[in-house]
Write a protein that binds this ligand. Sequence first.
Ligand SMILES: [Fe+2]
Length: 324
Amino acid sequence: MSAGNRFRFTGVECVKFAVQDVAEACRFASDWGLTYIASTDPEMKVFRAVDGSEVQVFAADPSRIERTPIGGGSGLCELVFGVEDQQTLDALLDELSKDRRAEFDAEGVLHSVDDLGINLAFRIAQRRAVTTQEVTRYNAPGHAERINRRAPRYEAAKPREISHIAIGVDDAGEAVQFYLKRLGFIVSDRYANRGVFMRCSPAGNHHHVFFMNAKVPGTRFNHLAFKVRDIHEVIGGGQHVESLGWKTFAGPGRHIISSACFWYFQTPFGGSWEYAADEDIVTPAWEAQDFAATSHVFTEWTFGLEKSDGTLKGPISGSKEKAL
Ligand SMILES: [Fe+2]
């Protein structure tokens, strides 16, 4: 039975990582363009995007469940969704406590767990929509929007908000059932037999969570995406991060699903981080599609992603159809 839309989610509010090397993780987050926020908790390092969405960094400690990354090594230890109101938190408590741990902490944050063992939390949204950023203006033949002014240039990126998180699993179709049936998430698109893009609210971002069949068995963090203003900030940010010695994982390029321009980097967080711009925004009228699981679906175009055998160096595993 679907949970419908009775939970008013706002998006990914915060991602907590437990890592092997806190100093390196903090160096990356800072180089990425996030703002360091002083914390009263000496075990926690906090970095924020412009809208207040945040990353929290802890030292991995397998003796503590809240400091243990799923999949081992470095990775995700809790995924926090924002909600609009206390009624949603109370309704989530009722729903989740039917068959799993679900409890409020002293700050009023509700903690629980999904069917794969991924720690989840829910809190009143602290993110505030970015309204002060000037909209990028483009000139096209017959349609001039930028008159007598030069186009913006970026020496580094300043991520506006967290867009989505991707998690590698053994069976994406199975992994999403909890989110669809219990939390009322909505499928936006699918890679046939390999990945499901879900949004947590009927209107807004194309996807907040992407579960994908991973190359290696088990459940682990794959990547975290941050929205920047436009493709120029993707490129300027990527060039800056690269100049500081961090390694490209995939890109720059442009996704077919979600339309985003992207650049992924390897990180000390157990997966990659992605700059993303110009992602699809959808409403209930959006029609989900199944995309064939071929190597070319991942990108419309890219630089340096495809290997000579036609397989990808990117985050999506090789096509099962091709392997058979
Ligand atoms: Fe992504």
